[in-house]
Design a protein around this ligand. Structure first.
Ligand SMILES: [Fe+2]
Length: 227
């Protein structure tokens, strides 16, 4: 498995192109904004882009979907059914986050309606990409239809905005629920072996073991309800 990371948008989001070394089949996880660099990488390395898959519908994770669809019209666009409302509301998202039209322009955040999703992915579905097998796990709490992708042979999990190195995703936006997020992470990520690499939607990689022992939201050190 070859993972190429592009740090995109004012939110420093990790856009990934993940490919099978033997077959050159590839997926793009969370294209954050239109990026010629991402398209060039795929073309120059001769990858066959099978799908654009969205961990969730927030603007910094899906803002490049239209661009990718124009560049790679054969690639499927995949997301969880419960994430569709947020995804299709992309043009309205910045205002819903309290950002003024001025700020939006300064940050390059004005969005057209994104392309239709090709189909939905479901919990426990396997997405085959060449010799790679991505297990889709529904992981709500940051948003309603957030998914993570686990590759058992390579021992890598892509966690989007559920789990970061030393912290977890915010839960104050529509669809967010702190207890639900903790439950999702425990069920879908902490159930993996300690030596899984965790590739997050923002910031550095970590491992399941490191988060199990050191993440204050998971160890019980930080409990927001305790007062
Ligand atoms: Fe997010």
């Amino acid at each position: 498995m070859i993972v190429k990371t592009f740090v995109l948008t004012a939110f420093q989001q990790n856009t990934r192109v993940v490919s099978c070394g033997e077959t050159k089949k590839a997926i793009c996880i969370d294209p954050g904004e239109p990026s010629a660099e991402v398209a060039e990488y795929i073309h120059d390395t001769g990858l066959d882009l099978q799908a654009v898959i969205l961990t969730h519908g927030h603007l910094d994770h899906v803002g490049g979907t239209s661009f990718m669809h124009e560049e790679f019209p054969e690639a499927e666009i995949l997301l969880h059914k419960e994430e569709e409302d947020l995804y299709y509301a992309l043009p309205q998202q910045p205002l819903a986050m309290g950002m003024s039209p001025h700020q939006l322009r300064a940050l390059g955040m004005e969005y057209d309606q994104p392309p239709r999703a090709t189909r939905n992915v479901e919990h426990e579905e396997i997405l085959n990409v060449g010799n790679l097998r991505f297990e889709i796990r529904h992981c709500p709490g940051h948003t309603l239809g957030h998914i993570v992708l686990a590759e058992q042979n390579e021992k890598v999990v892509f966690t989007g905005d559920c789990l970061f190195s030393g912290t977890i995703g915010r839960t104050d936006l529509p669809g967010g629920d702190h207890q639900r997020l903790i439950g999702s992470i425990n069920k879908n990520v902490m159930s993996l072996d300690d030596d899984f690499t965790v590739m997050c939607g923002h910031g550095p990689d970590t491992t399941v073991g490191r988060e199990r022992t050191g993440n204050p939201f998971l160890t019980g050190l930080y409990q927001p309800d305790r007062g």
